[in-house]
Design a protein around this ligand. Sequence first.
Ligand code: HEC
Length: 449
Amino acid sequence: MLDDFLILIGRFHPLIVHLPIGFIVLGILIELNKKKLGWSNEALKFIFFWASITGVFSIISGFFQYQNGGYLWETVQNHFIAGVLTIILSFSFYLKLIENSIFKPIPRKLFTIANSFILIVTGHLGGNITHGEEHLVEPINNLVGINGEKTLTVKYYEDFEEKPLFSSLIRPIIDEKCVRCHNSKKSNGKLKMHNSVELMKGGKNGSIINYDTPEMSEMYIRIHLPKEEKKHMPPKSGKQLTRQEISLISKWIENGSSFEKSIKDFKLEENIINYFFDTEKPFFPLIEASVPDNESIRKIRKNKITINPIYKNSNFLKVSSINNLDFKNDDISLLSDINENVVSLDLSDSKITDSIFSQLKYFTNLTVLKLNNTTITGKKINQLVELKNLKRIYLVNTNFKDEYINIFTQFKNLQKVYLYNEKDNFQNLDRHTKFDNKIFEFGYYSLED
Ligand code: HEC
């Protein structure tokens, strides 16, 4: 109980520290403008008194965070010392302000400089603990071009883990950062790296891969040497490898430098995967459909059906019958030429019925389907189970029957089904026990005129 309380206080440390920081920053600002401000001395006494008090609380909470947060003393030591110094300085300045005789001879300017300095140091050391040493250094290095520039980001695809690590990730890095000096025309150190056969042959000192002791591989050693070393690869002047690229190449060598092994065989850490792959799955399908036929599109548009690409230059289309309220089941055949291009289909307010489902199942890339304000009851909606990309279905104000709701649980990628209604169609449904499922949006409402 007490332990938990102390842990809680510790967790608040990153928050509490902002109190003294705020006081000290405000104090320094007032001090710097004290000639303009007639009231500065009284305010400063108040401010540095409270900076010291809240500083003590920061130290206490910080200590609990150190005790319970699994930090090594070595890690926090300097931050701790800097923190204590911060408080001592604030309190000394307070004592000077109230004309304590010990601090009287020390010039005020010195306090201002020391206060500013120690605040930055303490804050920076604290930041290093929570965010890692590289937190600030990395973007600065990148800004001034010290670090390597990232070679590639691979768009996420369904079975990326099945692909060989070498051809998908290592090859592009070598091409970008090594091949310039190691190719058939220019082979520095007699080493060529532009294809796998040459890479295996090695350079003037033989193979650059050591299968028995991978860590002794010439390639491994050289990319790990400090940049200042003459033998560091790529040489100082060349495009450097990023930290993540070094660790990926290392992993590849450590695990036998295979050209065939797939990404999943290497059991890469999540942060490495996320670094190289844009793992955010896109909403619409990843494969691109073939270019829709212009003539067909013109024909469809003549029937007051709107067609738009989902974004510029995409072959995927958003189709709506909203301007054609007479749209009937048979009219869906108008779209037969562009079935695979339609990812969003809106047939709301039309005259369609449940027989439409036997046609909709051919829209293989359909992702969003809107059937609001129609007489759909849900009969035969199971035919849409085949639509692997279907993510959202809108069935607001339809006659959808509760007996068909179960079918949705068979849809593989469904994210939401909107079933709001003017009448409460689903009175008999035991929603909480049976449909404790986040995909359904229920509710009923009636709008007044
Ligand atoms: C700017 C040109 C340049 C780039 C880019 C470059 N190298 Fe080199 N590399 C050299 C030179 C010059 C030598 C020969 C001198 C030496 O051994 O240090 C060499 C030698 C080597 C050797 C030793 C070959 C042997 O048998 O002695 C290895 C291994 C190597 N490079 C790996 C790499 C890797 C891996 C990369 C990419 C990450 C790379 N190099 C990028 C210029 C380059």
